[in-house]
Design a protein around this ligand. Structure first.
Ligand SMILES: [Cu+2]
Length: 304
């Protein structure tokens, strides 16, 4: 009856069905009762109002039964939820990194991929990291949904029980391209997983400090370094060029030197690049140190 995509499907679906069933039962019985009363107490039949006295037995019954039902729903829900917060010690660890608007997965040994490969029937603990805003790690087939909050150490764990591809969505509205923030979780047999992980190249240590800063601060989610247009203009060829901007409502050209780039980072709404919206980029005042901005500028100079 329940899918075995993960070890939590049974617990979650059980509460869902029980609560749904109870709600349906009350919806139908109350509707039927209302129709019955409409007919029974129709004015044609009872044209004189009668004073009704309270009924203790009835009141005790309609208080006790719902209290028991509600407590039961809580208990079953809690039973399904509790194991989700008790990750086994021997679980394999991976890291899911969310940033606008992409998921990246990190395995031990400094390996990274865009698809989350996992072996079947093995517990895995996913550490959830956000580099910018709140995202949500949501795998409907596994019945898993956890917030990915910047600065907070959150996690989820599960045991995949079915080979195949499953959708991972971001469940927290995180900006204009939120709906594109998807990834595949591919569950494979252990041997296939081992082979895949062995073939995954070790991530090259980023030696360019400027580029590292752009990655660390999430700039490259909106700015490409290869000329492609994202939410913001590309950094390729920016340095030294003449940019069309609007300052205080006035169009003009401005030379993209280190002062302009510094201003763009600290006061992004001062000179708005034509063709791009205001208020998309936040100010990095107090977030990026002055000497780091210099490193970014030095790096942008190399992007011809
Ligand atoms: Cu998101």
């Amino acid at each position: 009856m329940f899918s075995n995509a993960s070890n939590f499907v049974h617990g979650v679906d059980k509460v869902f069905l029980i609560i749904g069933g109870i709600s349906l039962f009350f919806l139908l019985s109350f509707t039927a009762l209302m129709i019955y009363f409409i007919i029974k107490y129709n004015r044609k039949r009872n044209n004189k109002a009668v004073q009704v006295k309270d009924n203790t037995l009835l009141e005790v019954t309609w208080t006790t039964i719902p209290v028991i039902l509600v407590l039961m729903m809580f208990y079953i829900g809690w039973q399904g939820f509790l194991p989700m917060r008790q990750d086994p010690k021997n679980a394999m660890h991976v890291k899911a990194i969310g940033k606008m608007w992409k998921w990246t997965f990190e395995y031990s040994g400094n390996k990274q991929s865009d698809t989350l490969f996992l072996p079947i029937n093995k517990s895995v603990r996913v550490d959830l990291v956000s580099l910018d805003v709140i995202h949500g790690f949501f795998v409907p087939a596994f019945r898993i949904k956890e917030d990915v909050v910047p600065g907070k150490k959150n996690y989820c764990w599960f045991i995949p029980g079915q080979v195949g591809d499953f959708d991972l969505f971001c469940s927290a509205y995180c900006g204009v391209s939120h709906s594109y923030m998807q990834a595949i979780i591919r569950i494979v047999p252990q041997e296939k997983f081992d082979k895949w992980l062995a073939a995954l190249p070790v991530k090259k240590e980023d030696t360019n400090l400027g580029h590292k800063l752009l990655e660390k601060n999430g700039c490259i989610a909106c700015h490409s370094v290869d000329g492609s247009k994202l939410a913001g203009p590309t950094f390729k060829g920016l340095y030294g060029s003449a940019v069309d901007v609007t300052t205080d409502g006035v169009n003009h050209k401005i030379k993209a030197d280190s002062t302009y780039i510094r201003t763009s980072i600290l006061e992004p709404n001062k000179d708005i690049v034509n063709g791009y919206p205001q208020n998309v980029m936040k100010s990095y005042k107090g977030i990026i140190a002055d000497k780091d901005i210099q490193l970014v500028v030095d790096y942008l100079k190399t992007l011809k």
